[in-house]
Write a protein that binds this ligand. Structure first.
Ligand SMILES: [Zn+2]
Ligand SMILES: [Zn+2]
Length: 351
């Protein structure tokens, strides 16, 4: 038969659980214990991050650390999941100390015994902050593990290209990077005809390249080189990503299919040029060997007259005249005006 009095103190007419009254039950049992009465937390001198059971926290000011730790306090307490756990800083750590210390008052409330009112236990956890350097700050100071090489084939980059790429980096760092501390560029190094950017993560560079590939044609590649080993023997590789723009840029003149063409646009699918003779717009997909015409003359001639299908032009330096067929040009020449041409491979073109 169930006893109606406490098996320890004999009290009658009170709620019982396992034949204990409330006082006797909680004298014998604990609902919460500290895993360790005192812990040391690695804390980054540079950014204030702390090494929590799940890894480094994001950066903090030391003053915000007590509040941050309050959210993690459950990790240091053995207590059933249903219990409510709260914590309160008991002191202001002296951050100028070599080893600042914080005591947290932890309160645990157990409402799991239906016969009893809620039961509260208090614990005190002492935390020593141990100054060091977090992974991210270590990585930043060593310059990052990933290299992004921005280049163009056989030419210098334009200011616009460089600025666009850097804008894409900024967008990524301010976007996804707000959640990912490895999204950073620690250095930009000018190299022969291009730049190397030292970056904090492969993922940042991969996202940047994804965006750039939607804007421009480019040659891309990834190379890996072994840079060392971690303590547990995992090999560490440095990734080098190459992004190489075409050898021509908008405004350049190229010689394509026996005619001089002007490069108008480079997009993700083609290099779009205008044939200066026919004004035909051509989308070039085989672009890797395209280079600008490196030398051409720009003579000026006086357009003297037109006789059916030929113009008569005069060189104003030596006054010699010559004829040229009208269908060499896609538009009419103004009679009596001086006109500047592009002269390439003995052919005249209008700009
Ligand atoms: Zn009792
Ligand atoms: Zn840090």
């Amino acid at each position: 038969m169930r006893s109606l009095f406490c098996s320890v103190c004999g009290k009658e007419g009170v709620p019982l659980h396992d034949s204990f009254c409330y006082q006797c039950y909680w004298k014998e049992n604990h609902t919460a214990t500290l895993k360790k009465p005192k812990i040391g937390l690695n804390t980054c001198l540079t950014c204030g991050a702390v090494l929590l059971p799940g890894g480094w926290s994001s950066s903090n000011t030391p003053e915000s650390l007590p509040d941050l730790l309050v959210d993690f306090v459950r990790k240091w307490v053995n207590t059933p999941l249903d219990n409510e756990v709260s914590a309160f800083p008991m002191n202001d750590p002296d951050w100028d100390d070599g080893k600042p210390r914080l005591s947290l008052l932890i309160k645990v409330t157990d409402e799991s015994i239906p016969e009893f009112p809620p039961h509260e236990e208090s614990l005190v956890l002492d935390i020593d902050f141990l100054w060091g350097t977090c992974e991210i700050c270590a990585k930043k100071s060593s310059g990052g593990d990933t290299i992004f090489q921005l280049r163009a084939i056989d030419r210098n980059l334009t200011k616009e290209e460089e600025e666009y790429v850097e804008q894409v980096f900024r967008d990524q760092i301010e976007g996804i990077g707000a959640e990912n501390p490895y999204y950073f560029v620690s250095d930009k190094i000018e190299v022969h005809k291009g730049y190397d950017y030292k970056c904090g993560s492969n993922s940042l560079v991969e996202h940047v390249i994804e965006v750039l590939k939607k804007k421009w044609l480019a040659i891309t590649s990834v190379n890996y080189s072994l840079v060392g080993e971690t303590k547990d023997g995992t090999r560490k590789y440095q990734h080098t990503y190459l992004f190489k723009l075409p050898g021509v840029k908008p405004g350049d003149l190229i010689y394509y299919e026996n005619s001089v063409c002007r490069v108008d646009v480079i997009n993700a699918a083609a290099i779009i040029v205008t044939d200066l003779r026919s004004l035909e717009v051509i989308h070039i997909k085989e672009w890797k060997n395209l280079r600008p015409i490196d030398f051409f003359e720009e003579p000026t001639y006086l357009v003297m007259s037109r006789n059916y299908d030929v113009y008569e032009l005069m060189d104003l330096e030596d006054y010699h005249t010559f004829e040229i067929r009208v269908d060499n040009f896609s538009r009419e020449l103004e009679l009596g005006e001086e006109q500047t041409f592009i002269l390439f491979k003995d052919q005249l073109y209008l700009r």
